[in-house]
Design a protein around this ligand. Structure first.
Ligand code: FES
Ligand code: FE2
Length: 361
């Protein structure tokens, strides 16, 4: 089998991309911070796995497996006691590391542990790492990495397509013209930040309309458009000019029925003072408008398509590069969060390099 036929196979029969029961080990959005107050415990289902989430007296959030290691009661029926969680059935108690610290009818607890998962709070929400120890950082907007930020949450929604399909939309340059009527021709440079993050920067952008150039030249002198994908799910979009950038983070999660749950987060660098505060609000509002403008016409197409990139052309190259990037990450199985292995293929650690020239034009 030559390299090109291998590459075509990885595009048309991917093992992770667009797979209904697989996802990549990484950080995933759980719920907004404000929906979990101190002393509150709730059930959550993330990527098919039933979990319990609570916030202790010290404000720290703990996420653990849902079912009590004694007899399997759902721990969301229990109670938060200080920084610990007490099962509602026989009152066995677990600390924030999941260690059993009390069994009321025994003199000493048994050496038992409830499985807990790495958790952080950022951008107004709670995130979980779907493995033992986080190997990378939370998703961030590359150009805001070192900035103090202001964020706002959009309304969450579900789209009836796989997260992979929604992801490709941001680098599908042909549809910018066909659907959104943007008189621009765009191509990208890709840069892999590390194994779990890839950035696509706009490199060329030709305005196709004279009228457009005349009216908007001051705004589009140096247009910026870049997308960063994290763990083949969450992605950030930066769009704007030298003087004003809009930043959007789209957290995506595969949910039951092969659909995607989306939580948009609007981000901007923090500006100080009252006018700074006002301007921050204005920029976040503009980002909200941008999201709705770009999603409204796409959703009905994405929800009815059967993705199969049978005839890739040069303009589809970023999508192929993204698929290849996704395929090289660590796949976990829906519901169990255990390593997913294909019967026919070993987990690719160092796959053959993608050949960018493999297109049909
Ligand atoms: S089921 Fe939880 S303590 Fe018995
Ligand atoms: Fe779009």
């Amino acid at each position: 089998m030559d390299v090109n036929s291998q590459n075509i196979k990885s595009i048309r029969q991917p093992k992770i991309f667009n797979h209904p029961e697989r996802f990549i080990e990484g950080w995933y959005w759980v719920i907004p911070s404000q929906s979990l107050s101190i002393g509150e415990v709730k059930p959550v289902t993330i990527l098919g796995k039933n979990l319990v989430i609570y916030r202790g007296k010290n404000r720290r959030v703990v996420i653990g497996d849902a079912y009590c290691p004694h007899m399997g009661a759902h721990l969301a029926k229990g109670e938060v006691v200080g920084n610990e969680l007490r099962c509602g059935f026989h009152h066995w108690q677990f600390n924030s590391e999941g260690i059993c610290v009390d069994i009321p009818c025994l003199a000493a607890p048994l050496p038992l542990k409830l499985k807990t998962w790495p958790t952080v709070e950022r951008y107004g929400g709670i995130w979980v790492w779907t493995g033992e120890t986080p190997k990378q950082t939370l998703p961030f907007v590359p150009e805001l990495e070192l900035q103090e930020l202001v964020s706002g949450l959009g309304s969450s929604f579900v789209v009836d397509c796989h997260p992979s399909i929604l992801m490709t939309n941001a680098i599908d340059t042909q549809h910018f013209q066909a659907i959104h009527k943007l008189p621009l021709e765009m191509s990208f440079d890709k840069q892999e930040l590390h194994q779990n993050a890839i950035i696509f920067h706009k490199n060329k952008c030709h305005n196709k309309s004279l009228l457009f150039i005349r009216f908007f030249r001051p705004l589009y002198k140096n247009p910026v458009y870049s997308i960063c994908y994290w763990y083949g799910s969450t992605f950030t979009v930066t769009v704007g000019t030298d003087s004003l950038r809009l930043h959007l983070m789209m957290t995506l999660r595969l949910v039951a029925g092969n659909k995607v749950a989306v939580q948009p987060i609007f981000l901007t660098k923090k500006r100080r003072g009252f006018t700074g505060w006002l301007f921050n609000r204005f920029v976040l509002w503009l980002t909200y408008i941008l999201l709705h403008y770009f999603l409204k016409d796409d959703v009905q197409i994405l929800e009815t398509m059967q993705f199969d990139l049978r005839t890739p052309i040069k303009a589809d190259q970023p999508i192929m590069q993204l698929i290849h990037h996704v395929e090289r990450q660590k796949p976990l199985a829906w519901k169990t969060w255990l390593l997913a292995r294909s019967p026919d293929t070993p987990i690719p650690e160092n796959q053959t390099k993608w050949r960018d020239e493999m297109t049909n034009d």
